[in-house]
Ligand binder design. Sequence first.
Ligand SMILES: Cc1cc2nc3c(=O)[nH]c(=O)nc-3n(C[C@H](O)[C@H](O)[C@H](O)COP(=O)(O)OP(=O)(O)OC[C@H]3O[C@@H](n4cnc5c(N)ncnc54)[C@H](O)[C@@H]3O)c2cc1C
Length: 391
Amino acid sequence: MALEQMRPVSRRYDEDEHALPTEWVDYYWQTGRKGAPGSLGGATDGFVQVCIQAEELCFGDAGLYLRMPTAALGGSAVSAAGTPEQKERFLRPFRESPHPIWGAMAITEASAGSDSAAIQTSARYDAERDEWVLNGTKIFCTAGEGASQIEGGFVVVWATVDKTLGRGGIKSFVVPAKTPGMKLVGLEKKLGIRASDTATLVFEDCRVASANLLGGRAKAEKKAEPARAGDKGFKGAMATFDASRPIVAAMAVGVGRAALDFLVEELARQGVEIRYDSPPRSQTALERDVIDMQAELQAARLLTWRAASMMNRGRPNSLEASMAKAKAGLVVTKITQKAVELLGPPGYSKKLLVEKWMRDAKINDIYEGTQQINQLIVARRILEYSSSQLR
Ligand SMILES: Cc1cc2nc3c(=O)[nH]c(=O)nc-3n(C[C@H](O)[C@H](O)[C@H](O)COP(=O)(O)OP(=O)(O)OC[C@H]3O[C@@H](n4cnc5c(N)ncnc54)[C@H](O)[C@@H]3O)c2cc1C
């Protein structure tokens, strides 16, 4: 799939940023997803395979991977914080819809990204209609166009039911595509992953059924104390990242591998073989660079698989998920830059995809927690500091 379906259209959808890559989306919906982990006919043994799939497909093209019709981050949120009934209700259409659909998750706002507890989007409970009413603006929402506009998809929206409670007031709500009051107001123009739609969504008196509060509780309880509604609250919402960070790390490894494999093949074509078994003192600077990059990429991959396999076994993996994400985000940024450098002018030219991979790489160090934020999480966990002790 990566080489035959993605690479041939890679450049086209990098340049035509907001076009829907129809041939890829249709191929994935009709054929590609059937072999995906967890899907009908696909492997069922879990999260490591989801990460391997992410690496393989991002080896093809990271932007097209993000444009695949899947529940994506929205699905991770539903899986992490939803009740069994909600998982069935919201994820079933991704198996059964007759046409491609998308899921997304909207946390980030103009003044709240890393500091997700500062979000201003509000959710008010309307007891008479047993509905939540959302108001606010979300920016940089990956797959937000498809998820908000195509019937069957959904956007998971983080909102506060009581700003005075800080993170204690934050809940996540599933807003089905085309819900009145949810408006797509813009699409971002970006440095990389340009085949992926990154949306600005406005919520104006957007009403969702109370049953769409992830982990929702009984009606009577909500009336008495809306802030306690939602079984898992902020912790449940944050648990999404334990699942999504290893996937982003795997995506980074895929992009890094694309650049590194291409570099090694190109060097071989020019008659430069990497002598892995020669002693370090007799290796050239170029050989050392390539061997270092390969070792770093493998370290990032192993951290990713460790975080994923802990998830598989139901073990807490926040530390490992952040380690993998921080390592892989940094490694892919360095590897792709170095590949451009070592290839010389052709590496910088649009005749090759290496310059694109360099642009596609950087996002892995930004979303799902920036490099600095993931390092902070690792430090807190290792040193046993709370988030208020180490900021
Ligand atoms: C292409 C793209 C797609 C995205 N997709 C989504 C999506 O689907 N859903 C969604 O909700 N969001 C999405 N985002 C948003 C992304 O997750 C945030 O941009 C990211 O978390 C950073 O938050 P911020 O923008 O508020 O930056 P800020 O928090 O303002 O960070 C700015 C800089 O300050 C640093 N910094 C911040 N706090 C600290 C600290 N305590 N210590 C040290 N350094 C710190 C950061 O590391 C960063 O370098 C996307 C962003 C992009 C660019």
